[in-house]
Write a protein of this length. Structure first.
Length: 227
């Protein structure tokens, strides 16, 4: 799928401008340490940010480096992470961190190394490289898919994020020069304005791009038409 370059440039410019005053601070953001980013991405999987903030801060205070974590009592770690639920995710994170220590004595920032780990998927591997080292990767999740799908008129019905056209679209739209700020702005836009239902389109900085809010394209957009 090929997207109009002028529209891509416009979206990037608008998101960066909006992000300067609207990107929210979280303790895992703007961290150059892949270990700090990887652990956050595991905790954030299927969990709201407000649930993760305190647990993440406590975790990083107790285990600020992979070396310190390696020496930690695993039962204490599990107890600390238990408020997040999803025990399979906790066990997966512990296994990945142990494996990375055994291989590298560190969390590598390279996506190709991280993706080899059994419990690391495309998103977590790409997000770790993007947010820790500001490298451009196609980050496919419900937020990026919703914004890109609506703005560029891609059908969001069914498993949109698994379709080739969506992966190609996100890859093309990603800003190669400053992907970290670009994605932070897009993710926060999805949480604050471009909501799954009843988005606040009149407040959206991308409203003049334009978005796909015409009545003829609402079907499949994930948008409920409102008066």
């Amino acid at each position: 799928m090929t997207i109009n370059k002028k529209k891509i440039d416009r979206v990037r410019k608008v998101l960066h401008r909006w992000g300067k005053t609207h990107i929210r601070y979280y303790p895992w953001r703007y961290r150059d340490d892949p270990y700090a980013v990887l652990t956050a991405e595991f905790m954030l999987h299927r969990t709201q940010k407000r649930q993760v903030e305190q647990v993440y801060s406590e975790f990083m205070k107790a285990y600020p480096t992979l070396k310190v974590f390696k020496k930690a009592d695993r039962n204490q770690v599990r107890e600390m992470l238990s408020p997040l639920g999803l025990n399979w995710r906790i066990e997966g994170m512990l296994a990945v961190l142990d494996s990375l220590w055994d291989q590298y004595q560190a969390v590598p920032p390279e996506k190709e190394k991280l993706i080899r780990e059994r419990n690391v998927g495309q998103y977590i591997a790409g997000a770790t490289a993007t947010f820790a080292k500001n490298e451009p990767h196609a980050l496919i999740d419900t937020n990026t898919v919703r914004v890109v799908g609506r703005v560029f008129g891609i059908n969001l019905e069914g498993e949109a994020r698994r379709r080739k056209e969506m992966r190609e679209a996100v890859e093309q739209v990603c800003d190669p020069e400053n992907p970290r700020d670009f994605y932070y702005a897009m993710i926060d836009l999805a949480h604050q304005i471009c909501l799954p239902r009843k988005p606040s389109c009149q407040k959206c900085p991308l409203i003049d791009v334009p978005c796909i809010m015409g009545s003829d394209v609402l079907k499949g957009s994930g948008i409920e038409k409102t008066d």
